[in-house]
Write a protein that binds this ligand. Structure first.
Ligand code: AQP
Length: 330
């Protein structure tokens, strides 16, 4: 059987190069070796308040970007999470086997909760919903950025606990992270992860940012008190710029050292900007073509939901049966 890959991105803002280098770009590269399902996880996005109009726009924008980046709809499924109700149903069933202590340990919850005035229960339950996304499709592999590894580990723990309580039910999912680009940092502050929801000016490069804006953001990136690249003493800002270049170019460590050692920061930034633009510009052109016909996106999303729903429903039926929840006599 062909192994199944499952991953997702929240439509919680504009996709940035961290999302691309840590997740989406790798999905594109690996999709044909697997049976792939890529989700736009709108139910995750609402764990922090989203303006309804912006969320609606973001979901469609994300579907367009998935396609423009190279997700092949003839082979891979693009699914909006909320269009398959089994995600929510399985999440509840799994909530009942997940100890609260496991959720209290999640670093993303702690960081996001600290930034909220009032913390919704959904934010606390977020990792259980993510476990449901993965286990619903009996996924073998989950390609994510570094920040999501703890959540995939938790999905494994939940699967293991369920299996030991109710008998072998779930496949154990493995994590896959990018060798380079698994954690792209903010350009304004290289000590914090690049994120869709950060508000700082010059924090991120959006996948749909015009070339001039990309150049401006990268040229303003925070570096350190040196003026040229020194691989032994460089700070996190320079390391981050080099990671962005390496992840886009696919260069080896040796090529990177030979090319960049001793290069002045101004020139480094110029080259990172050029490399980034050369990858994003063609994607942006494809995005404009794809979204010119809005009904095309709806067709792809409907097709995705139609194909994965029977897989999702059969997992929920199995789980309910195992747990002793009401199921019809056969
Ligand atoms: N900075 C990053 N570097 C590498 N990978 C990243 N990912 C996110 N940020 C980086 C990966 O992108 C995928 C989708 O992320 P997500 O939408 O599930 O949410 P997130 O991890 O919380 O990402 P953001 O951009 O920071 O969103 P907000 O601000 O809404 O929380 C995941 O595979 C993630 O690892």
């Amino acid at each position: 059987m062909i192994p199944r890959v499952l991953s997702g991105i929240q439509p919680s803002g504009n996709l940035h190069i961290g999302n691309y280098l840590g997740a989406l770009g790798n999905w594109v590269k690996m999709q044909h070796q697997f049976e792939s399902i890529f989700c736009i996880v709108d139910l995750h996005a609402i764990t922090v308040y989203q303006k309804p109009e912006e969320l609606r726009t973001s979901i469609r924008e994300m579907a367009g970007i998935f396609l423009a980046a190279g997700i092949d709809p003839k082979h891979s499924r693009i699914v909006v999470q909320s269009t398959v109700p089994a995600h929510s149903e399985l999440a509840w069933l799994l909530t009942c086997v997940t100890p609260m202590g496991w959720l209290e340990r999640m670093t993303q919850f702690k960081a996001k909760a600290a930034a909220q005035e009032s913390v919704g229960d959904g934010l606390f339950q977020y990792p259980v919903l993510m476990a449901a996304d993965i286990l619903l499709y009996q996924a073998n592999l989950v390609p994510v950025g570094e920040d999501q590894m703890q959540h995939v580990e938790l999905a494994r723990d939940i699967a293991q606990r369920f299996n030991s309580l109710y008998g072998e039910t779930f496949v154990m999912p493995a994590t896959k992270i990018a060798e380079v680009g698994a954690r792209i940092m903010g350009l304004d502050d290289p000590t914090s992860k690049m994120s869709k929801s950060a508000t700082g000016a010059g924090h991120r490069v959006g996948l749909l940012d015009p070339p001039e804006k990309i150049k401006k953001t990268i040229m303003k990136a925070t570096t350190d008190s040196n003026s040229a690249v020194d691989f032994e003493t460089m700070g996190p800002g320079v390391r981050n710029l080099l990671s962005i270049f390496q992840a886009f170019s696919g260069w080896t460590n040796e090529q990177m050292r030979q090319h960049f050692a001793g290069l002045r920061y101004g020139d480094l930034k110029k080259q990172v900007a050029e490399m980034t633009i050369s990858h994003l510009e063609p994607m942006q052109t494809r995005y404009r073509e794809i979204t010119a016909d809005p009904t095309y996106l709806d067709r792809i999303l409907q097709e995705g939901a139609d194909i994965v729903t029977p897989i999702a429903n059969s997992t929920v039926e199995l789980v309910k049966e195992r747990m002793g929840i009401y199921t019809k006599a056969r």
